[in-house]
Design a protein around this ligand. Structure first.
Ligand SMILES: Cc1ncc(COP(=O)(O)O)c(C=O)c1O
Length: 387
């Protein structure tokens, strides 16, 4: 059968490949400590699940939804006011089935063939996919350890900036775990105003911050004129499978996004809309408790690894730890493979997140402290740090 060039260019995702390796290792009887996928292990709060169950009892709610309910839009505006001090109007909000899905449409929404998309390197893989599917050229701005994993926009040539359709910012950052100060967002807005491009902020980890603060991009002057942010409930509320996210910002952009998405989809499932309302208007104490638990896990992993001679940095936020690989290994893929073979500990090679990720591996903090402690011991016992 003939497939398009686009489809033929797609490889198997890194997590599917790692899951296959995990299965093989388990078949050989190995004890596996799995830190590769960023799926939270916490249950979704009961009041959120209950809202979906209640909504499912009404057959009307199983029909096409077509529109975001007023109740859900009001829940988002109320949450933004309380949580971020940002006032929104209804035309600034559009739902999507998760940021992954929404981001997938951003290239098509904003770029023409040959335009540049400025993307963080290393960064979340969907940013690149979205640009490529639209025929845009990814231009990677490197996040270097010596710059605190922050962008140096002054290093991007003016001829690139003048042919840029959009810039993606994403802090707290997956995979590097850094949090950005306000000046980074202000610089991005100033550049967007000067060169006439859009800014998309992916705010997936705004509630998992250990050092510094993470608010909303939209609280900054000029932000809603040049761009929008994705506000996903996946990580803050453990609703990963329910696929709840919103594009929030410039009414012009949000309107165009809604029109584009209406070609592909008939709206967010009503029971899922009910979950969003319950999450955003109900008890949010679990959000802080989970952030505290991620901090305990970060401390267990980072302090644990340092105590056995692997000098890793503390993440400032997110559910990830970004660790420079020890000397003497060919690259991050080889190191991750050897780590699995010798200790049973699984992480993701940094090279999967872009060229600047080479030399690092990413651990997802998706296991309890006791499992993290056992994994650190397995690494120590394996002797891999002494080669
Ligand atoms: C930076 C970033 N954005 C978005 C997502 C996915 O969000 P959603 O579940 O809303 O698709 C992830 C998930 O790992 C992420 O790391």
């Amino acid at each position: 059968m003939k497939f398009s060039r686009l489809t033929n260019g797609l490889g198997t995702g890194v997590f599917a490949r790692l899951a296959e390796k995990k299965r093989e290792a388990e078949r050989r009887g190995m004890k596996i400590y799995d830190f590769f996928v960023g799926t939270p292990d916490f249950p979704c709060d009961e009041h959120i699940r209950e809202a979906a169950a209640r909504a499912m009892r009404d057959p009307e709610n199983v029909k096409y939804s077509l529109l975001d309910s007023d109740e859900m839009i009001n829940a988002v505006t109320g949450y933004y006011r309380r949580r971020y001090g940002v006032t929104l109007t209804a035309d600034m909000i559009a739902s999507c089935n998760g940021t992954q899905d929404g981001m997938g449409h951003i290239g098509m929404l904003l770029a023409d063939r040959g335009d540049y998309a400025l993307l963080p390197d290393p960064g979340y893989i969907a940013f690149e996919t979205s640009a490529r599917f639209a025929g845009a050229q990814p231009y990677y701005y490197p996040l270097k350890e010596e710059n605190g994993f922050l962008p140096d926009f002054s290093a991007i040539p003016a001829e690139v900036l003048s042919r840029t359709a959009y810039l993606v910012l994403s802090y707290p950052s997956n995979p590097v775990g850094a949090v950005a100060p306000q000046r980074v967002y202000l610089e991005a807005i100033a550049l967007a105003e000067k060169y006439g491009f859009a800014v998309i902020n992916d705010n997936a980890y705004s509630d998992i911050v250990f050092e510094g603060e993470c608010g909303s991009f939209l609280s900054l002057p000029g932000a809603a004129e040049v761009g929008a942010e994705f506000f996903s409930l996946s990580k803050s509320f453990n609703t990963t499978g329910a696929r709840i996210s919103f594009l929030i910002g410039s009414p012009e952009m949000v309107g165009a996004f809604r029109r584009l998405r209406s070609q592909y989809d008939f709206g967010m499932f009503k029971p899922v809309q009910a979950m969003a309302v319950a999450a955003l208007t109900g008890d949010t104490s679990g959000v802080k408790q989970r952030c505290d638990e991620y901090r305990r896990r970060r401390d267990a992993l980072c302090c644990g690894l340092r105590s056995i001679g692997w000098n890793v940095r503390d993440s400032q936020g997110t559910m990830f730890v970004w660790a420079r690989i020890p000397d003497g290994f060919g690259g991050s893929a080889e190191f991750a493979e050897r780590l699995l073979e010798r200790s049973g500990v699984m992480c993701t090679p940094g090279s999967e997140f872009g060229p600047s990720g080479e030399g690092y591996v990413r651990f997802a903090l998706v296991r309890p402290v006791e499992t993290i402690n056992a994994a650190v011991k397995a690494i120590d016992d394996s002797g891999i740090l002494n080669k």
